[in-house]
Design a protein around this ligand. Structure first.
Ligand code: SUG
Length: 435
C-alpha cells in the first residue's frame, strides 16, 4: 500500500445547533438562535465523505462526542440529577446549556495538528490534539478528542499522540486549520507551514482589533518542536490581522494548500509578499518542481465574498491518477465572484482539473466548510495497517451510518429544545448504538 493521505471527517452529532458561540465567526453569529436540522447536517456530511471515497481517496470517520457534557456543568457548580443540571444551567444562562450540548467536534480540522512520519525525526506520525482555548464550547473537546485519537492510533511504535498544549491564551491552538503540509510526495520530507493569528509575548506585533486571533506563534512553535520537525522545513507566518477582523478566524478560511498547490488571497498573510517568496524559495530548494501559487486580489474576490463563499475552505484532493479535484461548498457556485475564481483555478497552471460543489449548508451556517470537516492524516503502509480499522468508510459503514442518523436524529432543533431532558435521553440511545 503506497503512503497516502487519509481524510478523517467528524460525523455531525445529534445535537448540531446554532447557538452563536464563536465570536469572530460571522456565520455562527449570524445564525445564532436559528433552527437547525441535525439530520440534514449529518446526511450532508456523510454524503461528502462518500463523494470523496468514490473519487478513490481514503476516507475515515471520527465519532461525535457524547453530549450533553454534564461533567462540565458539575465543574462550574451545578448539582443534582441530570435533568436538574440541565434545568439549572438553562435558568442560570441558556448559553451554558448550549456550550455543554455543542456538536462542534464535527469540525475535525480543529481536532489536531498532524505531521506525517516522513517529516518527523523519529519517523513516527505525530499528532497534537488542539486545546481550543479560544472558545469555551470548543475547549471541552480537547480531552475527549485526545482519547479518541489515542484509540485510533494506539501503536506507540508508529504513532505519537501528544497531550494538548497547556490550556492558556499564550498557547492557544486550533489544530490543522492553521497548518499546511506542502511537498510533491508523501514519502519524502515535506515543508510544514504554520500560520498564527497573534504573537502572544510581543506587545508591539500587530494584532486584530475586533476579534481574537485564535492561534499563537508560541503554540505553533511548540508543536513544531514536539513533532521533531526540521527547522529548515518549518515556516511560520502571521495571518493578516485585518482579515481576522473581517471574519477569517482560521487560516483555512483564507488559504488552502496541498502537495504542490497553494490557493490564497491577497489578504491571507501579514507580510504577504515575503511569505509567498519564502514558501516558493524553500519549496524550490527542497524539491525538483515548483510550488504553484494561485492568488486572488480583493478586486476579484472581496474579502466579504471570500468569507461568505468559503472558497478557501475547499478541499484539494489528489485522485489515484495524480490529478487533483477541488471540492467547494455550494456557496462558491452561487456567489458570482467566487464562481469566477474557481474558473480561473481551472485555467491557471496547477494540477487541479475539476471543481465540484457540495451542499454543506447546515455546517456552513456555523462557519464550517468542506475543509473544516476533515483532518488530513498521511499514513504509510505500516501505519495504515496499524491504525484502528473500523473507522474506514466502506459502502457498508456508509449505509449503516445513514440508517443510524435516520433513526436517531431530529429533523429540527430549536434553541429551547436543549432544555428538554428527552433530547439527552435520545442522545444517550444514539451514542450507545454507535458503540
Ligand atoms: O470554531 N463554529 C466553529 C467552526 C469551525 C470551523 N473550522 C475551521 N475553519 N477549520 C468555530 O468557530 C459555532 C458553534 C455555534 O455557534 O453554535 C462553531 O463552533
Amino acid at each position: 500500500m503506497p503512503t497516502q493521505e487519509f481524510n478523517f471527517d467528524g460525523i455531525v452529532g445529534p445535537t448540531h445547533n446554532y447557538a452563536g458561540l464563536s465570536r469572530g465567526n460571522i456565520a455562527s453569529t449570524r445564525h445564532q438562535r436559528a433552527v437547525s436540522s441535525p439530520k440534514s447536517a449529518a446526511i450532508q456530511g456523510l454524503r461528502k465523505m462518500k463523494f470523496v471515497r468514490d473519487l478513490g481517496i481514503e476516507q475515515c470517520v471520527m465519532p461525535p462526542l457524547p453530549r450533553p457534557n454534564l461533567d462540565f456543568l458539575r465543574r462550574i457548580g451545578f448539582a443534582g440529577t441530570d435533568a436538574e443540571l440541565i434545568e439549572q444551567a438553562y435558568q442560570a444562562d441558556p448559553v451554558l446549556l448550549a456550550v455543554c450540548y455543542s456538536a462542534s467536534n464535527m469540525w475535525s480540522a480543529n481536532a489536531a495538528t498532524v505531521s506525517p512520519g516522513s517529516d518527523c525525526r523519529d519517523g513516527r506520525l505525530h499528532l497534537t490534539p488542539a486545546n481550543l482555548t479560544s472558545n469555551l464550547h470548543r475547549s471541552l473537546e480537547a480531552v475527549e478528542t485526545t482519547g479518541i485519537l489515542r484509540s485510533l492510533f494506539d501503536d506507540r511504535s508508529l504513532f505519537q499522540v501528544h497531550d494538548p498544549l497547556p490550556a492558556t491564551m499564550a498557547m492557544s491552538d486550533e489544530g490543522a486549520a492553521n497548518h499546511t503540509r506542502l511537498g510533491p510526495s508523501w514519502d519524502e520530507p515535506g515543508i510544514e507551514f504554520f500560520v498564527y493569528g497573534t504573537e502572544y509575548f510581543n506587545a508591539t506585533a500587530p494584532r486584530p482589533k475586533k476579534f481574537p486571533g485564535r492561534q499563537t506563534l508560541q503554540a505553533s512553535q511548540a508543536i513544531a518542536r514536539r513533532h521533531l520537525l526540521d527547522p529548515d522545513r518549518s515556516i511560520f507566518a502571521q495571518q493578516n490581522p485585518a482579515a481576522i477582523d473581517a471574519g477569517v478566524f482560521h487560516n483555512d478560511v483564507i488559504a488552502v494548500g496541498h502537495q504542490n498547490v497553494l490557493l490564497c488571497h491577497e489578504m491571507s498573510f501579514h507580510h504577504q509578499a515575503a511569505t509567498l517568496e519564502m514558501l516558493k524559495a524553500r519549496y524550490t530548494a527542497s524539491f525538483a518542481d515548483e510550488l504553484q501559487i494561485v492568488s486572488f486580489s480583493s478586486a476579484e474576490l472581496p474579502i466579504h465574498d471570500a468569507v461568505s463563499s468559503y472558497l478557501f475552505n475547499s478541499q484539494i484532493l489528489t485522485r489515484p491518477d495524480g490529478t487533483m479535484v477541488l471540492v467547494c461548498p455550494a456557496e462558491c457556485e452561487s456567489i458570482p465572484t467566487a464562481k469566477k475564481c474557481t474558473e480561473r483555478i481551472l485555467q491557471s497552471n496547477n494540477p487541479i482539473e475539476e471543481v465540484c460543489f457540495l451542499d454543506l449548508r447546515q455546517s456552513m451556517n456555523n462557519g464550517g466548510g468542506p475543509a473544516c470537516l476533515r483532518l488530513r492524516v498521511v499514513l504509510n503502509d505500516r501505519q495504515q495497517t496499524g491504525m484502528h480499522q473500523r473507522v474506514r468508510l466502506t459502502d457498508e459503514l456508509y449505509n449503516q451510518l445513514l440508517q443510524w442518523v435516520d433513526q436517531h436524529y431530529r429533523d429540527e432543533l430549536a434553541p429551547d429544545d436543549l432544555r428538554d431532558p428527552q433530547l439527552m435521553v435520545e442522545n444517550h440511545a444514539a451514542m450507545e448504538q454507535l458503540g
